[in-house]
Ligand binder design. Structure first.
Ligand SMILES: Cc1cc2nc3c(=O)[nH]c(=O)nc-3n(C[C@H](O)[C@H](O)[C@H](O)COP(=O)(O)OP(=O)(O)OC[C@H]3O[C@@H](n4cnc5c(N)ncnc54)[C@H](O)[C@@H]3O)c2cc1C
Length: 361
C-alpha cells in the first residue's frame, strides 16, 4: 500500500440514509452517489452549497463499490493504488465536513419545474426533493436487477416477487424463496431468516460467489433446521393475480417439484440502464447527456451532468475526468443559485475560510 492514509482507519460503517417519503429542501440535488457524485459534495460544500443525494443502490460508490470493490485502481492522481471500495470510503471521508444527506435505495424518477423556478425531483418511493439545481451524476445509468427468465414473472413483480429489500418488515411471517448465489442472495437469506416464517435458498449449484462468511452462516442455519437450501432452477411460478403460492423447481437429482411460498426474491445480478433520466426532459445523444465544457450544464438551465453520463468532444470516461467536471460544475451551480454574490477563487492550502468549512482551522 503506497498511500499515506491507512485504509483501516477509514469508516466502513454503513452510510446513514433517510427513510423514504417526505419533502426536503436543499441547494443541490445530486442524482447518483458514484465517485463523481460523491466528489461533487466536496466541491459544492466548499462553496457552502448543501447536497441531497439519491441512489437506487443501497450504498454509495456507484460502479466502484458495486462492480469492482476489491479491484485495484491505479490512475487516481496522487493515489498510486487503491481499490474501488477504498476510493469510495476516502471520498465519503472527504465529504464528511459537508454533512450530505443520502436517500439510498430510491430511484430518481421524475423532475418538474416549480412556480418559484426551483426543481422538484420525485423518487419511486415518493420522496420529494426541492432545489434550484440538479446535478445528474448517474454514470452508466441506474443499476437494475436482472429479471430471471421465468414466464409471466412480470405479473407478480412488486406484489410477491421483489428484486430488492427496501423494508425488511414487509417479509415478516412470510414464506420466502430467495434465488441466487451472490452476496445479495446470501446476505438477505441470513438477515431475513429471523423475520420470515420460513426461508428457502435456491441456487443452481452448491457453490457460491458470495463471501465465505455468509455462506457459512447460511449452512449453519440449514444444519440447525432453521431454513432450507435447494439446488435447482426455478422454472415456473404458481399462484394467481400476482400472489404467489409456490415456485416450481427443476433439479438433476430430485427432478421437478414445488416449494410453497408467498414471496420470491431473485438476486441474479444487476445491469445498468439509463432508466428514468431519459424522461427528465433533457436532450440526449446516444443515451448520454451533451454538456458544455465550461459549466457542464445540460440544455436545461439549472440541470448539470457530470461523470460517465455526460458527453462532449474528447470526453474520457475516467473517474479523474468526473472530478474535474465536478469542480467546474460547482462554480456554475453557485452562480445559478446566487446570481448576485461574488465568487472568490481560493486554495484550500491557504484559505482560512475554506479550512474553517473543512473543520481544520
Ligand atoms: C471493472 C471496471 C473497472 C474500472 N476501472 C477504472 C479505472 O481504473 N480508472 C478509472 O478512472 N475508471 C475506471 N472505471 C470506470 C469508472 O468506474 C467510472 O468512470 C466511474 O464509476 C464513473 O463514475 P460516476 O459517478 O459518473 O458513475 P457511476 O459510478 O456509474 O455511479 C452512478 C450512480 O448513479 C446511480 N443512478 C443512476 N441513475 C439513477 C436514478 N435514476 N436514480 C437513482 N440512482 C441512479 C447508479 O445506481 C450509480 O450508483 C472502471 C469501470 C469498471 C466497470
Amino acid at each position: 500500500m503506497n498511500s499515506q492514509i491507512d485504509p483501516k482507519t477509514l469508516s466502513t460503517a454503513p452510510v446513514a440514509s433517510l427513510p423514504a417519503g417526505g419533502e426536503h429542501e436543499t441547494d443541490v440535488i445530486v442524482v447518483g452517489a458514484g465517485p463523481v457524485g460523491l466528489f461533487a459534495i466536496f466541491e459544492l460544500g466548499l462553496l457552502d452549497l448543501k447536497c441531497h443525494l439519491v441512489d437506487i443502490l443501497d450504498k454509495p460508490g456507484g460502479q466502484c463499490a458495486e462492480l469492482y470493490p476489491e479491484k485495484p485502481i491505479y490512475d487516481i492522481p496522487a493515489l498510486p493504488y487503491c481499490t474501488g471500495q477504498e476510493l469510495t470510503d476516502r471520498l465519503l471521508e472527504q465529504a464528511k465536513p459537508f454533512a450530505p444527506t443520502f436517500h439510498l435505495g430510491q430511484m430518481a424518477e421524475s423532475v418538474e419545474k416549480l412556480d418559484d423556478n426551483r426543481w422538484c425531483l420525485t423518487t419511486d418511493e415518493g420522496t420529494r426533493l426541492i432545489a434550484p439545481v440538479i446535478v445528474i451524476a448517474a454514470g452508466g445509468g441506474s443499476f437494475q436487477p436482472k429479471r430471471p427468465p421465468i414466464k409471466g414473472i412480470e405479473e407478480y413483480e412488486e406484489k410477491s416477487v421483489f428484486y430488492a429489500v427496501r423494508r425488511m418488515e414487509r417479509f415478516r411471517d412470510r414464506k420466502i424463496v430467495i434465488a441466487g448465489g451472490g452476496d445479495s442472495a446470501l446476505d438477505w437469506t441470513v438477515a431475513l431468516n429471523d423475520i420470515a416464517k420460513h426461508v428457502t435458498l435456491v441456487h443452481r449449484r452448491d457453490d457460491f460467489r458470495a463471501a465465505p462468511d455468509s455462506v457459512n452462516k447460511m449452512r449453519a442455519l440449514v444444519a440447525d433446521g432453521k431454513m432450507d437450501f435447494k439446488v435447482g432452477q426455478i422454472t415456473n411460478l404458481e399462484g394467481a393475480d400476482g400472489e404467489l403460492s409456490g415456485v416450481r423447481l427443476k433439479s438433476k437429482e430430485e427432478g421437478e417439484y414445488s416449494i410453497d411460498c408467498d414471496a420470491l426474491l431473485p438476486f441474479y445480478g444487476l445491469t445498468m440502464k439509463l432508466g428514468p433520466v431519459a424522461k427528465f426532459g433533457i436532450n440526449l445523444h446516444e443515451n448520454l447527456i451533451p454538456v458544455d465544457t465550461e459549466k457542464f450544464e445540460t440544455d436545461v438551465p439549472g440541470i448539470f451532468a457530470i461523470g460517465d453520463i455526460n458527453s462532449y468532444p474528447g470526453k474520457l470516461k475516467l473517474i479523474l475526468s468526473g472530478f474535474h467536471e465536478a469542480a467546474l460544475m460547482a462554480q456554475a451551480a453557485f452562480r445559478t443559485i446566487h446570481p448576485d454574490k461574488r465568487l472568490r477563487f481560493e486554495y484550500t492550502t491557504s484559505s482560512t475560510n475554506l479550512q474553517k468549512k473543512l473543520g481544520v482551522a
